[in-house]
Ligand binder design. Structure first.
Ligand SMILES: Nc1ncnc2c1ncn2[C@@H]1O[C@H](COP(=O)(O)OP(=O)(O)OP(=O)(O)O)[C@@H](O)[C@H]1O
Ligand SMILES: [Mg+2]
Length: 322
């Protein structure tokens, strides 16, 4: 598939998945891919502590005001692209909603009194609706060519995305119902929104992503985009060769101890490769979705240079989609 076609398939891309599987990293890689295609990407972070800034080489965290994280100069026929980012919390969204409805004075007092916490205990899902309502507004306003939402972690991703349809059942009338209806309409429209589920090729993450995928399709009618299988160890050839023999053949000297270490390392890597191949296969059988596979990078942290590598891999994988 053409990368720019993939990037313009839906204005909103929601990146979701279990905690720690690489949602934030994948969000950043998608944004880089969008910018590389000469388009503008807006990253929206909802928990305020994703660490997305550092992936782009920034020391400080994000704020409610947008910041520019990356600019591409264009080339290869593409125009200049950019990555911007901002946070979006329920409190900010409520303040903005109230101010937009002429309630600036009470909005200040509400936020100071912690009233939103009281309300959200009484109306489960209200915070998610406030956030997604604001996301919907950004989508409507065409805030960027592609808006990428780094969704909350773990089990919360499902609640986050299903709360609108839950509220739709609970609230018969009123502004909450209208807001929830708009959000459900957005989430279930494949021309406006696409969800990328991220997973690792390991037993538990695979089980969870399969469960999440079915829940999202059944409860919200979300059409899922390709799965992102992150952190795959690149396949190494020659792991079956005995290190001592290989060294001798190459005219290199190794001690018995080094040969033993190499044998153990090769065995570990082989097991790991077999295990991930098995899990990738299991995932393909359980979910009839295309897979975008990203390599595990052997670095202490993912910064701009590593992000470039991941974005290049993502572009290649997207280009390989039917
Ligand atoms: N392909 C990769 N290669 C190497 N390291 C990676 C890769 N993807 C993610 N990581 C690292 O794994 C850790 C978790 O990634 P990330 O923060 O993107 O996950 P997350 O799903 O957003 O986590 P959380 O649920 O806490 O928000 C980070 O330290 C990140 O740098
Ligand atoms: Mg994250």
């Amino acid at each position: 598939m053409d990368v720019s076609r993939f990037c313009s398939a839906a204005r909103l891309v929601i990146v979701a998945g279990k905690g720690g599987v690489g949602k934030t990293t994948v969000t950043a890689a998608v944004a880089r891919m969008v910018a590389g295609a000469g388009l503008s990407a807006l990253i929206v972070e909802v928990e305020g502590k994703s660490g997305i800034g550092s992936v782009f080489g920034r020391a400080d965290g994000l704020a409610y005001e947008e910041v520019v994280l990356h600019v591409t100069s264009g080339g290869e026929g593409a125009g200049a692209g950019e990555v911007r980012a901002r946070t979006l919390t329920a409190d900010d969204a409520l303040l903005e909603y109230l101010e937009g409805h002429g309630l600036r004075r009470i909005s200040k007092r509400l936020s100071q009194s912690g009233a939103l916490d009281v309300i959200s205990t009484a109306v489960p899902g209200i915070k998610d609706i406030l956030v997604l309502g604001k996301v919907k507004q950004l989508e409507r306003a065409e805030a960027a060519d592609v808006i990428i939402l780094d969704a909350p972690a773990a089990g919360h991703a499902v609640t986050f995305l299903t709360s609108a349809s839950g509220l739709l059942d609970a609230a018969r009338v009123g502004p909450i119902r209208a807001q929830a209806a708009d959000v459900v309409e957005l989430l279930s429209d494949p021309a406006r929104c696409q969800v990328l589920l991220v997973t690792l090729a390991e037993e538990t993450p695979v089980n969870e992503v399969v469960e999440t995928a079915y829940k999202l399709e059944d409860r919200v009618g979300i059409k899922l985009g390709p799965l992102v299988v992150n952190g795959l160890y690149p396949y190494l050839e020659g792991l079956d060769v005995d290190p001592l023999e290989a060294a001798t053949a190459a005219g290199v000297e190794v001690t018995d101890e080094q040969a033993r270490d190499l044998r153990e390392a090769a065995q570990f890597r082989r097991r790991r490769q077999d295990l991930q191949a098995e899990q990738v296969q299991r995932l393909a059988e359980a979910l009839p979705l295309a897979q975008l596979r990203l390599p595990f990078l052997f670095t202490p942290e993912v910064g701009p240079a590593q992000l470039d590598v991941l974005a290049e891999n993502l572009v290649r994988e997207v280009a390989g989609l039917p």
